[in-house]
Design a protein around this ligand. Structure first.
Ligand code: GAR
Length: 212
């Protein structure tokens, strides 16, 4: 069964574009039913509209200034996402930490993409920090990962990883381009694996129910 994806973004949405294109090209048995952003100017919203996908905008700053709490923002965001009936929620460059008020609503069904390997460079500017570590002689590669989201930042059960070697003449632009290319592939593979796993669990469940 075709899986319904809701994608949360904060920026350019190049990973969103990779997912949309994989759905359109039949490489993913899925459809992006909605894209939500915390930033009105996020280019990913334009990509979504151009593809005819529903969009929503949920700014945290305005919510807090109006007297809302962080927890109530997460609960409201969960409600907005749930309205689209997702099988899987994908954080593709979403730059807010989500707490229990969001995560409990979609237990085990929220994936995050991060431009570093598990346990390394959590948080922002991961690629720049990896390049700095390379220049200090501490590492010779970085990578990307997709993981299930838990309350801890850029941590949680790992779904897929890819290593990206760092080259002597890399600057931030060159390294970022290779990391992003790896992300575009890995995110599609991870969604394919998770949605296929969910589908086979569903069919196992139904056959179990049908057994006497
Ligand atoms: C991606 O590199 C993603 O891994 C990163 O934001 C970028 C979004 O790019 N996410 C994080 O750093 C999360 N901690 P995009 O908007 O072009 O897809």
């Amino acid at each position: 069964m075709t899986s319904r994806l809701v994608v949360l973004i904060s920026g350019s949405g190049s990973n969103l574009a990779a997912v949309i294109s994989a759905c359109a090209g039949g490489r993913l048995d899925a459809t992006v039913v909605a894209v939500l952003s915390n930033r009105r100017a996020a280019f990913g919203l334009e990509r979504a509209r151009a593809a005819g996908i529903a969009t929503d905008y949920a700014p945290l700053g305005a919510w807090l200034r109006a007297g809302g709490s962080r927890e109530s923002y997460d609960a409201d965001l969960a409600q907005r996402v749930a309205a689209f009936g997702p099988d899987l929620v994908v954080l593709a460059g979403w730059m807010h930490i989500l707490g229990a008020a969001f995560l409990d609503r979609f237990a085990g069904r929220v994936l995050n993409l991060h431009p570093a390997l598990p346990g390394a460079f959590a948080g922002t500017d991961a690629i720049a920090r990896a390049l700095a570590a390379f220049r200090r002689g501490e590492i010779d590669h970085t990578g990307v990962m997709v993981h299930e989201v838990v309350a801890e930042v850029d941590a949680g059960p790992v779904v897929a990883t890819a290593v990206v070697p760092i080259e002597e003449d890399d600057d931030l632009e060159r390294l970022s381009a290779r990391v992003h290319a790896a992300e575009h592939r890995l995110l599609v593979e991870a969604i394919a694996a998770v949605t296929a796993g969910a589908a086979s669990n569903d069919s196992n469940d139904s056959s179990a129910k049908e057994s006497p």
